[in-house]
Design a protein around this ligand. Structure first.
Ligand SMILES: NC(=O)C1=CN([C@@H]2O[C@H](COP(=O)(O)OP(=O)(O)OC[C@H]3O[C@@H](n4cnc5c(N)ncnc54)[C@H](OP(=O)(O)O)[C@@H]3O)[C@@H](O)[C@H]2O)C=CC1
Ligand SMILES: CC(C)(CO)C(=O)C(=O)O
Length: 298
């Protein structure tokens, strides 16, 4: 008997990333339970040559959950994690694996605090996905996540096996998570300018991006990430090679007037730098601007 077929899976936070993973699971016959904030009958993922409808409903009341599931994909914004405490308590038991599909390097601590019963696996999410005005989600590249190469991650890898969401199990997870964090930190500039990837073609913005990434790299290395000297330029090259209209999830939040993940994407680097005595002069300017753009007042 195929054990995967019997794995009970929930997607908590059926937004851009949650819809992508739910669609990948549904497509291979492992339709997850959908848990969210806004009731919906179904989710729709669109992309180049794809349209997948994931049957709902999106449940909105954790009190209606009768028993834990085997695997939870948590895909709310980091600013929303605390508000999922009741969901995590209802969905997770001692055997439950909670895979955190969020940016940042602090997922393990923040989510473990909310579900001490579950086993938490942080993920690096590499693909861009954007909610559309009709409620569907647009997937803008192949779906891929990286997980630490450890036993708990196998539950996640098995659930996604054969699906359109590729899973890498990596021995250098910390380094990879910091590398992705640097990409996100640089993407924060889009939320300040309200411009998309095309802006990295400007000479002044590419210089600022490289200078910022150099100071972020120094903090990442002090935190134990093994990242080479080429990383800042490689990140800039990636933005410059992206479609000019490609945004980032923090820009989507900014445009929708939602709180920004400024602390887990940019603030964390300045915080960790301060704790280690590493100067972060550019971050010290960007972070208050992002925080104020997010939280006001005014
Ligand atoms: N989008 C992207 O391209 C990428 C995003 N990421 C990261 O992935 C994470 C998720 O981002 P993304 O998918 O863009 O976020 P979205 O804002 O698109 O989705 C968040 C989802 O969580 C739901 N939600 C919010 N609060 C709760 C709650 N209390 N209980 C249950 N559900 C809730 C939202 O519901 P509602 O519809 O009501 O708002 C929404 O469906 C973030 O950390 C982001 O940085 C990483 C790589 C790429
Ligand atoms: C698009 C991507 C992968 C890079 O900025 C991302 O992480 C995000 O939008 O949050």
């Amino acid at each position: 008997m195929n054990q995967q077929v019997h794995t009970r899976i929930a997607v908590l936070g059926p937004g851009a990333i949650g819809t992508t993973v739910a669609a990948a699971l549904h497509e291979v016959g492992r339709t997850p339970m959908l848990c969210g904030r806004t009731p919906r009958d179904s989710l729709v993922l669109q992309g180049s040559g794809i349209r997948i409808v994931v049957p709902g409903p999106v449940r909105t009341d954790p009190a209606q959950i009768a028993r834990p599931v085997d695997l939870v994909f948590l895909a709310v914004k980091a600013t929303q994690t605390a508000a999922t405490a009741q969901w995590l308590a209802a969905l997770s038991g001692p055997q439950t694996v909670v895979c955190v599909l969020q940016n940042g390097v602090e997922q393990l601590e923040s989510v473990t605090a909310l579900c001490p019963q579950g086993r938490v696996v942080p993920a690096v999410v590499w693909f861009p996905a954007q909610a559309q005005s009709d409620g569907s989600v647009l997937l803008r590249s192949d779906a891929r996540i990286s997980l630490p190469d450890e036993a708990t991650s196998l539950v996640v890898a098995q659930a996604l096996q054969g699906s359109r969401c590729l899973v890498d199990l990596v021995s250098n997870f910390r380094s990879l998570a910091w590398q992705k964090l640097l990409q996100n930190a640089a993407a924060g500039l889009m939320a300040l300018t309200h411009r998309r990837s095309g802006m990295y073609g400007r000479h002044d913005i590419s210089k600022l991006t490289l200078d910022y990434l150099q100071e972020c790299l120094a903090v990442a290395r002090a935190e134990g990430a093994e990242l080479g000297d080429e990383v800042p330029q490689a990140i800039l090259d990636k933005f410059q090679a992206s479609p000019a209209d490609l945004g980032t999830s923090i820009l989507a939040d900014c445009e929708a007037g939602r709180p920004l993940e400024w602390d887990i994407r940019n603030g964390v680097i300045a915080r960790r730098g301060r704790a280690r005595g590493i100067p972060t002069p550019i971050g010290d300017v960007l972070v208050p601007l992002l925080a104020a753009a997010s939280d006001g007042p005014g």
